[in-house]
Design a protein around this ligand. Structure first.
Ligand code: FBP
Length: 550
């Protein structure tokens, strides 16, 4: 990294605030034995060596001094989509192992799990680490989405791990990547490889969470970036009063990002996929809901507004979900035949069940094509490529034309489209993410020191000042259940979706009628890195409301 902005230079000097529990010597406290969230017998059978381990808590230990310890070599992998703060997890890890012994070494595998399998790595030295402290991005070593699931991959990885004298691998990733971490930990334990595997909860999507993982890192920064821009768009739209902005927000499956941005900016409409599914809504129901709000605002003389759409919406519309599930299996089982088909649309229609074939045939060509594109290595539809914002605005436009003909609408509807996703994934981490990530890294070192494997680094109590955060680890198997992937039942970490009975959704639901009718926009402005704590250190609003509703 050579050219730096003034902010980058100033930000490099930021010292993340560590929880008291991790600021010096640490006491390891074992909690209750655990079990998986569902399918206990199946998960235990798949993970006989790492199932049922206890939760671990770290407490500051004033009785012992940090005795000098043997140097340890650690390998780190960044896996999946970028999320702000990854570099701070790595700096925390680096500082953590160096504080144990200055001769400890950190190796970064390049471009995700592929780096481990193909033996591509660099040693992360102090000079390199210092260049990346408090910066966004994953460019220090790069990231990738290769799924680690085959024994040949694990064995290949073990060769380089042994060659470098690595004692522990830290995998920084989302639900799929931490599932990989659990599988790898189990395998290395089974063969007595003597290599620990520790996961760190990353994803801007915010769907890797539970009682011990309050939020995944990167969610806060990404949502603050999107909320800044949504706020700016709202101010523009309230100034010109002539456009409806359809804004799709990243988040492959759950609607946490859309909900957080809605709470921060108070748009006229925000669709929550989990509610659409719960109410068994059709695509037409969603369209009519938006069109009615457009019409009501037009009746008040307001031919402008904002609509937030979660990226994963399509998969939550029950009829579409059934179609996608059947498509996933069909494409996984007949990959070659499908690739060779002269008319792939016709091939799909002929091979789907009647009901799903009819839905598929009724979709606009572009959307249908996007649904049949290659899945990612974990078998997921690449929803970020589906232009739901355009699909919805086109359908809303048609509905309004119909209402106009019936005399039920008399306004002007000029839609504009946006998709915010990649813009936020590499932003410089907020103080919250910078502190949280650094703590996750230091904490991962403590888990390595405690000798455990198959654990995820866990920092809790996150709505309190960072000195009061609680540190520890939870067995990854505890978060798992069985799900259908690539045509087979597989053990995976259960995604945390938006809960309609929880505080954040309830807050939103209580206000949305007013936000729809009135213009109650909030303009959050850009992330502040320097200044008063009440401006710079705020945690995500969903996290605050979740904690309040407990
Ligand atoms: P992770 O789950 O790996 O963190 O990735 C999340 C995400 O940002 C989704 O929100 C989005 O759908 C997807 O990555 C996009 O993937 P890609 O970077 O491969 O285009």
């Amino acid at each position: 990294m050579t050219n730096k902005s003034p902010l980058q230079i100033a930000r490099a000097a930021y010292k993340p605030k560590l929880p008291l529990a991790l600021s010096g010597a640490v006491k390891v406290i074992e909690g209750e034995k655990t079990q998986s969230v569902d399918n206990q017998a199946e998960i235990q059978a798949k993970f006989p060596n790492t199932y049922g381990l206890p939760v671990i808590r770290f407490e500051a230990d004033s009785s012992t001094k940090n005795k000098s310890k043997e140097a340890i070599n650690v390998g780190v992998i960044l896996s999946g989509g970028q999320a702000p703060g990854g570099h701070n997890v790595i700096s925390g890890l680096f500082d953590g192992i160096k504080s144990i012994n200055k001769d400890s070494r950190l190796f970064g595998f390049l471009l995700g799990p592929d780096g481990l399998i193909n033996h591509k790595y660099i040693e992360l030295t102090a000079d390199i680490i210092d260049e990346y402290r408090n910066t966004g991005g994953f460019d220090i070593i790069g990231s990738g989405r290769t799924k680690l699931e085959k024994e040949e991959q694990f064995d290949k990885g073990l060769e380089i791990v042994k060659q470098l004298g690595i004692k522990a691998l830290v995998i920084i990733g989302g639900d799929d990547s931490n599932t990989n971490a659990a599988v790898l930990a189990e395998y290395y334990k089974k063969i007595g490889a003597g290599v620990q595997v520790i996961g760190c909860p990353k994803t801007i999507d915010g769907d890797l969470k539970n009682d011990s993982i309050e939020v995944s890192f990167g969610f806060d920064t990404a949502c603050k970036v999107y909320s800044e821009v949504i706020g700016n768009i709202q101010r523009d739209c309230n100034s010109a009063k002539k456009y409806w902005h359809f804004i799709k927000l990243m988040g492959r499956s759950a609607s946490h990002i859309a909900l957080e941005c809605a709470l921060q900016t108070q748009p006229n409409v925000c669709i929550i996929s989990e509610e659409v599914e719960e109410k068994n809504m059709t695509l037409d129901d969603v369209v009519n809901y938006i069109a009615d709000i457009v019409a009501r605002r037009a009746a008040d003389g307001n031919n402008f507004g904002t609509v937030l759409i979660p990226e994963g919406l399509i998969e939550f519309i029950p009829a579409m979900k059934a179609l996608i599930a059947e498509l996933n299996d069909l494409l996984a089982k007949n990959k070659e035949e499908f690739a060779a088909a002269a008319d792939q649309r016709k091939y799909i229609i002929e091979h789907l069940t009647e009901a799903n074939a009819a839905i598929y045939a009724s979709l606009p060509l572009g959307v249908a094509r996007q649904l049949s594109l290659d899945r990612d290595p974990h078998g997921n539809v690449q929803v970020s490529l589906i232009e739901t914002e355009k699909l919805l605005s086109e359908m809303v436009g048609n509905r309004l034309a119909y209402m106009k003909a019936e005399g039920k609408y008399n306004g002007s509807f000029k839609p504009l489209h946006h998709f915010f996703g990649y813009e936020g994934r590499c932003a410089a981490p907020t103080n919250f993410d910078a502190d949280y990530c650094y703590a996750l890294g230091v904490n991962a070192t403590q888990l390595i020191k405690a000798g455990v494997t198959g654990y995820m680094s866990s920092i809790r109590n996150l709505t309190k000042p960072s000195v009061q955060w609680m540190a520890g680890g939870i067995p990854i198997t505890m978060m798992m259940n069985m799900e259908q992937r690539n045509g087979e039942q597989k053990p995976v970490i259960r995604k945390a979706l938006v809960k309609l009975e929880d505080g954040p959704f309830k807050k939103f639901a209580a206000k949305r009628e007013k936000w729809a009718r009135e213009t109650s926009y909030v303009y959050p402005g850009p992330i502040q890195y320097f200044g008063p704590s009440e401006v710079c250190d705020l945690p995500p609003m969903t996290l605050v409301y979740e904690q309040q509703s407990k």
